[in-house]
Design a protein around this ligand. Structure first.
Ligand SMILES: [Zn+2]
Ligand SMILES: [Zn+2]
Length: 274
């Protein structure tokens, strides 16, 4: 089994390399799809069928949780059961939102065997709480807030969440920027680099989201330069969306053109036969 999910693979699939020759051409993944355990339309089994039809070899089974979520044991058991019936590598994960500036997460205390936590910026830290993007927009209009300040607090909180939960995945990074009317390119690079550093140090990963069309190549570059794993994801809530990409390969292509030395030499997670 090869290790997937790295930008390395993305490049090799698209542009080829000596390593590609060792890999099957059907090496694809979708690391973020929802099921009927939360707000997805497809059951776990339907999602796996859809992934199979797309030729995926790795599937991130991700569902939304809150502190009071009580179905995690059956979720994990269902994935383990499904794993016995499929060759697709299944990864069990939960998507949780940041609750405050400390980076506390809306998570059950007992994660019961879940493999990954996806940390999402669905809301923006404000004081001891988090507020929806619509409230930040209103505050910006009223001159009580700036969008940049709000983004900065979100990045700081994300970093703190990663430090408390090493090995997590930053979900649809900076999707919040668009929601509060700030261009991703206007987020200062040094803030992104600070977070990329924490991501690398905590052994965490970042996703490249088809659904949210973020982050872009400029944002991803500091992560890739530090060897952070990049997960390709659609964030599908319907089986027929699983494993279908347009935006993601464009970003990979752009990243490649920006990068020196070649990106495939930098990540430590270069795929190799296990
Ligand atoms: Zn989300
Ligand atoms: Zn999601």
């Amino acid at each position: 089994m090869y290790r997937c999910g790295t930008l390395v693979h993305a490049f090799e699939r698209r542009f080829g390399s000596a390593r590609t020759l060792q890999c099957s051409s059907g090496m694809y993944e979708d690391m973020h799809v929802h099921s009927t355990f939360s707000d997805g339309k497809g059951s776990l089994e339907e999602n796996i069928e859809a992934a199979k039809a797309q030729g995926l070899i790795r599937l991130g089974c991700v569902d939304h949780v809150r502190r009071d979520t009580d179905w995690l044991p059956s979720f994990v058991a269902a994935i383990e059961e499904a794993q016995r019936g499929t060759e697709i590598e299944l990864v069990s994960a939960v998507e949780t939102k940041i609750l405050n500036a400390n980076g506390d997460l809306d998570l059950p205390v007992d994660l019961g065997g879940i493999q990954r936590i996806y940390i999402a910026d669905h809301q923006i830290p404000l004081g001891n709480d988090c507020v929806p993007p619509s409230m930040i927009r209103r505050m910006v209009m009223e001159g009580r807030e700036t969008a940049l300040r709000a983004v900065h607090r979100t990045l700081i909180a994300t970093g703190r969440a990663l430090e408390a939960h090493p090995g997590s995945v930053i979900a649809h990074f900076l999707s919040i920027a668009n929601k509060i009317r700030i261009a991703e390119e206007d987020v200062p690079l040094e803030w992104i680099e600070d977070l990329a550093e924490i991501t690398a140090q905590t052994g965490s990963a970042i996703e490249l989201s088809e659904r949210w069309r973020c982050p872009g190549a400029r944002t991803l570059k500091p992560f890739v330069a530090r060897g952070v794993q990049v997960f390709w994801s659609t964030d599908s809530h319907r089986p027929d969306r699983i494993g279908k990409y347009e935006f993601v390969p464009e970003v990979i292509s752009e990243l490649r053109s920006m990068s020196t030395p070649p990106l495939h030499s930098s990540p430590p997670s270069i795929p190799s036969p296990a």
